[in-house]
Ligand binder design. Structure first.
Ligand SMILES: Nc1ncnc2c1ncn2[C@@H]1O[C@H](COP(=O)(O)OP(=O)(O)O)[C@@H](O)[C@H]1O
Ligand SMILES: [Mg+2]
Length: 452
């Protein structure tokens, strides 16, 4: 899967790049317009200058004693000359020139009108029936500098614009996404079993439909799970009465039949019916385990419940007594529902007594911190098998040989029930083999939920 990229980053970079490009294009366009306008203004100044100087020059030349003698206009104050001019007669003899003029710029004979050289713009004008000409020259660098200054003035703000735009968009997107992030947090914070609608305050209009769709989906999921659970519970419940009736009839039949094969068959039917009864019980437990409401508001002491279940199992398993270890006289509090806790312990104990090595003790240990461990001896269960044991109807291979008849024939639901209870209470079931502090055996561990 492609890693998801941040919207903040994408918008920040994309928009900044876009704005920068547009700005550059706008600067280029304005540069061209400014250059045209400046050219027009400078040309007009050049023309104006020529036309103002020429009549003065003509008057001066005509009033001279020696009109053809070239004369240079004296410099009043030292300065750099941007506009330089040359006044000549039609043959190109210089009559008057500005102090800094470079005569090499001009053609041999004077010309009127505008023309552009490599580095200068020239304008020529004539007077006295084309006998006296003036040509004014202006360096092009002057115009270029002016255009360049205008372009730079437009480019400089870009240096500020890029970081400001990046930061601004980053902040704006962050601000706009705040409710989306809160929504994400609300989804993450809920437990796996919580299918109630997610409430989100003021989501952006683009995200709102997604949140609605999620809520609808969860509602459908919740109803589907609910109907599955109630179906399981109802069917198990409905099976109870006819099963009890059938069992009673079979027991009567068995008593009334003489010994021999008929009696054996009646025995087989009875044990099959007992398995069915146990299966329906387990299905009811599973429905309860998956039904939620496994956590009570007030914590309560579970040590008495634990003692009671251990005693119950001792009687069911012909007096094999599990070793119970609880922290002295102090109570152990948990918020796990009492019935659910009893179902959980009963299933773990049943398994330990059924599948554990009968020569080795079964240990039930509840720590002060609410860690419940049920362990037994017996062969090590491989890691790969262990991981699959909590699935519904899964049994480790080899445990259900012909010798495992009667109470040993399991439904494969016990660990699924324990896991459903643990998950529903916000904790988890961990299986270890070999058991801790042992070379072999099996151990199931659940951290009971505690307040806070
Ligand atoms: N304490 C245990 N020691 C060894 N094997 C166990 C133990 N508990 C469970 N198992 C294995 O896990 C399987 C699933 O257990 P469970 O879900 O309780 O179903 P069931 O007991 O009905 O077979 C059992 O069939 C057994 O192979
Ligand atoms: Mg079991």
């Amino acid at each position: 899967m492609k890693s998801s990229s941040s919207l903040q980053r994408r918008l920040g970079l994309g928009l900044t790049l876009g704005v920068t490009l547009l700005w550059l294009v706008a600067t280029l366009a304005s540069g061209l317009v400014v250059r045209n306008e400046l050219d027009e203004a400078f040309d007009s100044a050049l023309e104006e200058t020529a036309q103002r100087i020429l009549p003065l020059a003509v008057t001066e030349i005509v009033n001279r004693e020696e009109p053809l003698l070239p004369q240079q206009i004296a410099m009043l104050r030292p300065h750099t000359e941007l506009l330089s001019y040359l006044v000549r007669d039609a043959d190109g003899n210089v009559l008057l020139q500005s102090h800094d003029v470079d005569p090499a710029l001009f053609d041999a004979r004077p010309r009127t009108g505008f023309r552009t050289l490599d580095h200068h713009r020239l304008y020529g004008e004539s007077a006295v029936s084309d006998t006296i000409f003036i040509e004014v020259a202006e360096p092009l660098a002057h115009r270029r500098n002016a255009t360049w200054d205008a372009v730079m003035a437009l480019l400089l703000p870009l240096l500020l614009l890029i970081p400001v735009s990046l930061l601004g968009i980053w902040l704006l997107v962050r601000f706009s996404l705040q409710s989306v992030l809160a929504y994400k947090g609300a989804i993450e914070a809920r437990g796996a079993g919580d299918l109630s609608p997610v409430t989100a305050a003021r989501l952006p209009a683009e995200i709102e439909p997604v949140a609605q769709a999620v809520n609808q989906l969860m509602e459908r999921l919740r109803r589907a799970l609910e109907s599955e659970r109630s179906f399981t519970a109802n069917s198990a419940h409905e099976l109870r009465t006819p099963l009890a009736a059938a069992l009673a009839q079979v027991q009567r039949l068995r008593r009334e039949t003489p010994g021999g094969p008929l009696q054996q068959r009646a025995d087989q039917i009875e044990s099959a019916l007992r398995r069915l009864v146990r299966l329906s019980e387990k299905l009811m437990q599973l429905a309860k385990a998956e039904g939620g409401a496994l956590v009570s508001a007030e914590p309560h002491d579970v040590v008495p419940v634990l003692r009671h279940v251990v005693e119950e199992c001792r009687r069911a398993f012909d007096g094999r007594t599990p070793e119970l270890s609880v922290p002295g006289q102090t109570p152990v509090f948990t918020t796990l529902d009492v019935d659910a806790f009893a179902i959980l312990v009963r299933n773990l104990l049943e398994n330990a007594l059924k599948y554990g090595d009968e020569q080795q003790p079964v240990r039930v240990c509840l720590s002060q911190t609410g860690v419940l461990r049920v362990s037994n001896g017996g062969p090590v269960v491989p890691e790969a098998v262990l991981a699959g044991l909590t699935a519904r109807f899964s049994r480790a291979p080899g445990t259900h040989s012909a010798t495992h008849s009667g109470i040993k024939a399991g439904s494969g639901l016990g660990l699924a029930i324990v896991e459903a209870i643990a998950r529903g209470a916000g904790t988890s079931l961990t299986l270890h083999s070999p058991a801790s502090n042992r070379q072999d055996g099996f151990e199931a561990m659940v951290q009971l939920p505690q307040q806070g």
